[in-house]
Design a binder for this molecule. Structure first.
Ligand code: ATP
Ligand code: MG
Length: 454
């Protein structure tokens, strides 16, 4: 009795017995694992450890989807795992994992852990601040988020170990949190985002008790560190199902405050169209197995915010190009407060944006110089999206599409007549420094103004 009560209060403590499904009871075959995953498991098992494929890969295989990577769970500690492999690295400060490299593949090996409950392990909203205690196999299952993510596959006998009813949920195409939903969301609000993302991506229904608290608890997302939010947002946007996922996020009241600027953008008619077009393109590319650049995607999500700031600055009488740079900086820094777009993306995002005015210039040597710019392709794709959403005129995009494939004579014939030359003023004193900073983008843009139509 007391044990059962304790088990209810402290979910990780429950000594649950797993249901073990034999190979005749499910469709996952060991041949579906990568060579690297099988090698690492076999080595651990040969040393007498328990080792399983866990999480997304087992779930995806049961659903008939090709897993994107294979994660392992074992009762061996990182210190016991590392010496068994030639190229193995212990990573992570807070919780230590081992990355085992086999050929080009990296297998993430984590030691069974237990959820920590009580004491000073949560903040005032109930968010878990640490989860770095080793545990049993059953505890490892119960600390995971959804039942379908808590399945373990042992390739040696092709058995699936299920502590939480995940196999039944997969068969019913149902997404269900492990444990009491409000507590689990408070421990880690990102689970709300994951619920919506996984349901949309896998075509699952979110079970009632799992779905019900989301809208009410949505504001807890404010409490999540920006870098984690960025990782989940990136997964969401690059899942190949971003359009449905964002729709569903909005339906659950989760889009507000996530990408705060997105909220504003969605209220602008042109911005909405632009983002829909951009996300639909991204989804199509992901589903075709083509590469997608996160920097490009973030550039699209924030573009209309930049446009709005830029237009305002110009209306205040600022020169177009400095105004554009100012708008880019202010949008990126505001966004960084919530979602830490890593610096390595910022440079590319800015380049894509700052090349946009240069597409307006179709006289003289300028179009040729733009064509040679290392970011031309991304900037042109971006222009095409602007065209598709109705922000710039179709003929401008068509001109650039043709210009790329024309012969030298064809290109020469396409050039627009030069405008009357403007008097160039040399900047003096302090203005010179600013001008130098803008030099690269500015060199072809003396006459840049508002995007115009053909
Ligand atoms: P994807 O296919 O999108 O990678 P995934 O389920 O594999 O989905 P990961 O972020 O790779 O997602 O996480 C691996 C596993 O770790 C999950 O399957 C789940 O068992 C566990 N996990 C991930 N995030 C959480 C979380 N916030 N709370 C509890 N468990 C989690
Ligand atoms: Mg995964």
């Amino acid at each position: 009795m007391i044990r059962r009560l304790l088990a209810r209060l402290i979910p990780g403590r429950a000594a649950r017995k797993p249901r073990v499904y034999g190979p005749e009871q499910h469709s996952v075959r060991r041949e579906r694992l990568s060579h690297a995953a099988r090698t690492v498991i076999r080595r651990l098992q040969d040393e007498g450890f328990h080792a399983y494929i866990v999480g997304g890969a087992v779930r995806d295989l049961l659903l008939g989807i090709d897993p994107k990577d294979f994660d392992l769970a074992t009762n061996a500690t990182p210190e016991q795992v590392k010496p068994l492999f030639r190229r193995a690295f212990i990573i992570g400060r807070r919780f230590r994992l081992v990355h085992v490299h086999v050929g080009a593949e990296v297998i993430e090996v984590s030691t069974f852990r237990a959820a920590q409950v009580g004491g000073d392990t949560t903040d005032e909203h109930g968010r878990l601040l640490s989860d770095n205690v080793y545990g049993t196999h059953a505890q490892d299952a119960l600390r995971r988020d959804f039942t379908i993510n808590a399945l373990y596959f042992d390739p040696s006998d092709e058995s699936i170990w299920d502590f939480t009813g995940g196999v039944a949920d997969i068969r019913a195409r149902r997404l269900r949190l492990i444990g009491p939903s409000v507590t689990r969301y408070r421990e880690d609000p990102v689970r709300m985002l994951r619920a919506v993302r996984l349901a949309a991506k896998l075509g699952l229904a979110i079970e009632r008790k799992t779905a019900e608290p989301i809208t009410r608890l949505a504001s807890l997302m404010q409490n999540v560190p920006p870098a984690r939010l960025f990782d989940e947002m990136q997964k969401l946007l690059l899942s190949g199902h971003s359009v449905e996922t964002l729709r569903s996020l909005r339906a659950h009241g989760l889009s507000h405050g996530l990408l705060p600027l997105l909220d504003m953008i969605l209220e602008q008619p042109l911005g909405q169209k632009f983002i829909d077009v951009a996300l639909a393109h991204t989804d199509a590319r992901v589903r075709e197995g083509k590469g997608v650049s996160p920097a490009f995607l973030f550039a699209t999500l924030l573009w209309h915010e930049v446009l709005a700031s830029w237009t305002q600055a110009k209306a205040r009488g600022e020169k177009p190009l400095p105004a554009l740079f100012e708008a880019m900086d202010s949008v990126l820094s505001r966004q960084a407060e919530r979602i830490a777009i890593p610096r390595r993306f910022e440079a590319t995002i800015k380049e894509i944006w700052s090349l946009q005015p240069r597409f307006e210039q179709r006289a003289g040597a300028r179009p040729f110089r733009l064509l040679e710019h290392p970011r031309f392709r991304a900037a042109y794709d971006f222009l095409a999206l602007r065209g598709e959403s109705g922000e710039v005129a179709g003929p401008l995009v068509e001109w650039w599409t043709r210009f790329q494939t024309e012969t030298a004579e064809g290109r020469a014939a396409m050039l627009k007549p030069e405008e009357a030359p403007k008097k160039k003023r040399r900047p003096r004193g302090r203005g010179r420094k600013r001008a130098a900073a803008l030099a690269d983008a500015a060199k072809d843009s003396a006459s840049t103004d508002e995007p115009t139509s053909d």
